[in-house]
Design a protein around this ligand. Structure first.
Ligand code: GDP
Length: 444
């Protein structure tokens, strides 16, 4: 993967499908200039100079456009790139794309432009993944963090750790290969260096939880016995009639999820009522099992009971299931009772009493999660590589502590390096690569 590769010429619509002010068709590859020459009213386009003219199909004018020509390697993909900025009508962009394809380009696959940018070394893999994150960011905050990775923050840190390991490994190898001239490094030195590397990895991984929350949002499960108002609360929070609200116990049989952007992404999970009842049918049982699971995977549980009935023994059974989780206890249907006990949080999805306070409590919890530590945004793949790298470093450290042969230590150090290289994409399989770029949209 060290050679700059030669590919065919690809094209795609780079803007979303629909009507808009401007539509962009992007062409990349060695034939880009040749293709535009055949369908554009002007010739001899100059690199980096915007040109104004017409896209033509023989005698027929298709649209009046701006052309942005880029010559390799100074382009997004590292290849010759032509961007056609036309009017943003769905059929205009399609007509132009069709013309471009007819004149020698191939339709691009998902993420193929960014994949070429990676293969042509314009971006490392962590930057390419940040492009996808930025496009798919559910909140503005996450978009900002992804933009930081796009500028290479994570990649730089990984390279710094790589250099640390590489330097120690070089000393070990020099000692092994030239025992007469080079002394093998002291074990104390090895221990110190390995601990430093492990600390740096820990620092990145300590942000994993908050970066996962930023990426996926915090998961909030609404749990409680049937009929306490879970679906009503879900709908009120969403402001839509998404879950079915009824007064027949046990109607929410599936788990329903919706995402909100309250500065951090919030995924609301509405679960079937949890209850321990001999008579419940199979479907309901599955629903209850789901509820337990979603409460398990939730970052925050909203536990509801009926304020008019008070906390019953049945409610307590469910409460016991979730009490060790981050939770808010809510006495719903407050409009049905005059009782106002201290330390009880009263809510009514009907009169909206307590709704604003609840929203603030949820936001505060979400905020606490997301500001934990977010210097580095990582995804599951990167976290997995980092964990494996840390594992190899811990083995190296333990080996150094017992004065193991340095030849053996070097094996673990080499595998630690490989895991880091997987993050930046220096070493990567086609399967992983395709999996990453399959999550992109066409035209990116
Ligand atoms: P779930 O089974 O826990 O999801 O409960 P639902 O949301 O389906 O609500 C059950 C019944 O309680 C419905 O008839 C709702 O209209 C009613 N309900 C929900 N919240 C309130 C509330 O705050 N006050 C009153 N009076 N009724 C409510």
């Amino acid at each position: 993967m060290n050679i700059i590769q030669e590919f065919d010429t690809i094209a795609a619509i780079a803007t979303p499908v629909g009507t808009g002010g401007v539509g962009v068709i992007r062409i990349s590859g060695s034939k880009s200039f040749e293709i535009i020459d055949k369908i554009y009213s002007k010739h001899n386009l100059e690199e980096g100079r915007i040109s104004h003219g017409k896209i033509v199909d023989g005698e027929v004018v298709i649209d009046e456009v701006l052309i942005l020509p880029f010559k390799n390697p100074k382009s997004y993909t590292g290849e010759d790139v032509i961007e056609i900025h036309c009017h943003g009508g769905i059929n205009v962009v399609r007509n132009i794309l069709e013309l471009v394809l007819k004149n020698g380009a191939r339709m691009a696959e998902r993420g193929e432009f960014t994949k070429r940018a990676f293969l042509n070394k314009k971006l490392d893999l962590s930057q390419a993944e940040a492009v996808a994150d930025l496009i798919h960011a559910k909140t503005r905050d996450f978009a900002k963090h992804s933009a930081k990775n796009l500028s290479g923050v994570l990649g730089k840190k990984i390279k710094e750790i790589r250099t640390d390991i590489f330097n120690v490994l070089s000393k070990i190898i020099a000692g092994i290969d030239f025992p007469e001239d080079v002394k093998e490094p002291e074990y104390d030195y090895l221990i110190e260096e390995f601990e430093k590397v492990i600390d740096k990895i820990n620092k990145i991984l300590s942000c994993a939880n908050s970066s996962n929350i930023m990426r996926q949002g915090i998961k909030i499960a609404i749990v409680g016995r049937p009929n306490v108002g879970k679906s009503s609360l879900f709908n009120t929070l969403l402001n839509v009639e998404r879950a079915i609200v009824t007064d027949i116990a046990g109607t929410t049989r599936d788990v329903i999820k919706e995402t909100l952007d309250w500065d951090v992404a919030i995924t609301l999970i509405d679960t079937a009522g949890i209850r321990d009842n001999e008579e419940i049918d199979k479907v309901e049982e599955i629903g209850i099992e789901y509820s337990k699971q979603s409460a398990d995977e939730a970052d925050l549980v909203l536990f509801l009971y009926d304020a008019a009935k008070g906390m019953t023994a049945d409610d307590k059974v469910i409460f016991d299931l979730i009490k060790d989780k981050n939770h808010i206890v809510i006495a719903n249907k407050a409009d049905l009772t005059q009782n106002r006990e201290e330390d009880v949080f009263y809510l009514s999805t009907v009169t909206k009493e307590g709704m604003d306070v609840l929203k603030d409590k949820i936001k505060q919890t979400a905020y606490n999660f997301s500001v934990e530590d977010t210097e580095f945004i990582t995804n599951n793949r990167q976290q997995d590589c980092l964990e494996k790298c840390r594992e190899s470093m811990i083995q190296s450290l333990n080996a150094a502590k017992i004065g193991e042969l340095q030849d053996l230590i070097s094996i673990d150090l080499k595998s630690a390096l490989l895991y880091l290289d997987e993050i930046t994409g220096e070493v990567i399989t086609d399967e992983i690569l395709n999996n990453i770029f399959d999550h992109f949209c066409i035209g990116k």
